[in-house]
Design a binder for this molecule. Sequence first.
Ligand code: C2E
Ligand code: MG
Ligand code: MG
Length: 778
Amino acid sequence: MLKTYEPPDIFRSAGSAVAASGSAPVLEELAAAAAAMPEGFLVLDPRKNVLICNKALARIFNLPVPPLGKSFAEAFGQKRSGDETPEKEALSPPVYSREFCSHILAGAPAVSAEISLSKGAEREDYLLLAVSHHLSGGVYTFCCMKKVSDLLSFHAAVRRGREELERTVLEHNRELMRVNAQLRLENAERSAVAQALRRAESRYRDIFDNATEGIFQWTPDWRIISANMSFARTLGYSTVNNLLHSASDPPFHFCMDQDVAQELVTALENTGSVVNFEFQAVRQDGAPVWASMNARRVAGPGGRTNYYEAFIENITVRKSTEEKLVYQAFHDPLTGLANRSLFHDRLRMALRRAGRQPGYRFAVLYLDLNRFKMVNDSFGHNAGDDVLCHTAVSILSCVREVDTVARFGGDEFAVLIEDTQKNSQAIRVAKRIIDALSCPFCIDDQEVTTGGSVGIVLRAERYEQPEDILRDADTAMYRAKAQRHIKFKVFSQKMREETMESISLESDLRQGVKNAEFFMEYQPIVHMDTGALHGYEALIRWKRKDTVMGPGQFIPVAEETGLIKPLGLYIIERVCRRIAAWTAEGGPAPFVMHVNISGRQLIYPTFPREVQRILERTAIDPRHLCFEITESVLLDNGGACIQGIQQIRELGIRFCLDDFGTGFSSLSYLRHLPLDSIKVDRSFVSDIETDAHSVAIVRNLVCLGQDLGLAVVVEGIERKTQVNVLSAAGCSLAQGYFFHRPMSAVKAEELLARNPGDISTLSPGAAEEYADPEDPML
Ligand code: C2E
Ligand code: MG
Ligand code: MG
């Protein structure tokens, strides 16, 4: 259609206002632009013929094709006949609109109207824009149509777009506000944090500056990089600056001992920290100060040590208190010597050393003062303390620096003699100590000599346990003490066996006391000149298993274990029953029965009462009884014993001092003792025929006894020659194998029966007492 239609020239003219391009035909360009438009577009030439009609406009009017070249009236004006044919109606008949036509054909320069088109049963509203434009050749009409609903939806879209935009802007604004608020908040927070940090920093600075602990940091090359006042003070600096100034010239080793400094750094490097690391720091003036440190290593990137930081506490006071406590824990407060614990430690170290060093030998001495108790009792405890201090000094003067002297409490001392090459070395030390202790010294203007007994363990390195060494040294010391003239004893294997034996003896003895395995023998005491029976000494025997044991073997054990108490009472009861039997109706002539009493028995305050009960039970005349005690009993337990003796004497029992001459009795001492007779020890008798001194002693002892009004018995007479000498020395009563050996009760009774008895020499006045005619026994 377009080819057959010849458009006016203006659409081909290059100078035309409508034509934009000179080369392409303007009409074609306009038609192409119209074809692309969604709105309906129509151009009418001055003759009102359709010049351009795009498909959109054709669709609006239900035209099958754009009516190009047709007259407007023909194309849009009114229904033509034949248009209403049912076939055409069915094919969407064209829409005719009077309104449209009238607006277009009005020729107004510009029309803008809303027109309504009927499309079948429906109506559609369109916006119509029509412009009449005068171009060369006439008035051209340009028309554009757009569905109002499209326009509305366009508007709605625009509105929605606008709303969306507004919403987006709003949200954006809101987000901006939120971000703003967030920023403000963050800012506030940041400044609060900064303020808190500043406050915290100042607090920490306060803590750092005023901490009682020293706080400091130092570099691996021993440069102090920061320190607080306490640390400066600990090291004797008046200000931190002074310290930093002094410490600025590295290395500043604050440790006294460089090995310890190295140890500290090694520990920090290996484990990263140290806790309670105690060391001696060096003060500005060079003095040491004890410090306890908690420190850690601070590593930089790559794990290399940046610096160390530490808390340090001055523990000098604590250390010195500790040292004092340790000293007290290991030393005797009175003498300043080592105590038992320290001595044990030293022994253990010596044993270890012996284990490591073949040929290393050492010895141990155990020492006990002989008369310490007497000094304490007589002079008081202060004097006793003086004796102990004097003893400590004396022992120390006899040993070398390397040796250890200890006090174990009471009057017991021990000495560890290190590195002894020969046994004689330790023995020499023991002798030196004994000599030193034998020298008298003054207490309260009185000369006192205590003397000591020493037990020695040689080759102590052969032992395994310190306790065993001390046990054996103690055993040896007791042996030395038990023997009057020997001041020291070396421990031997035999002693150990004897000790073991004494242990089994002790348990057998307990059993023996329970089972009454004891019996008595009786050794006659006679008149030296006539041999007539004066009385007996009852001597105990123990039938232990298949052997008979003498008292010397078990009485000391009974004394040590306290078994002497029941055993002693058993002996007295048994002897009393024997006396009762012998003195029963028609019994023999009067006699005196000596019974040995141990000092240990006398110290029991109940002893006199027990004796009294036995007397009551057996109903014997107490004058038949004479208790023998030894001098040592009186020396060891003076006061208590004398009181017991007096109470027993009040019961009518006599007392004889046995083994007289072997102890330390002085004339004045003897005078005050409640005694009736003395028995001169057999040691004076054994060599009396040959030793003029012994004769003189015996003669004097006899005179002494007589002068004090005491009967004197001489024991241990074995030979006729001794009898002769003793008779000449004035002795009257005798006991010994020469006259009679200890005998059984039966034999003693027979002997008694054959002898008329003589009590005249018992003690002055005794004869009269026995001569009491009222007494049926006599
Ligand atoms: P002691 O009281 O001095 O007794 C004398 C000891 O000398 C007895 O030894 C006796 O057998 C012994 N003896 C007597 N004449 C001679 C002699 O001529 N030559 C020699 N070499 N020895 C003679 P025994 O029976 O072994 O008693 C030893 C010690 O045991 C007694 O010494 C006494 O201290 C103690 N003892 C004996 N019986 C008892 C007792 O029943 N109780 C207590 N507590 N001790 C007793
Ligand atoms: Mg005796
Ligand atoms: Mg005797």
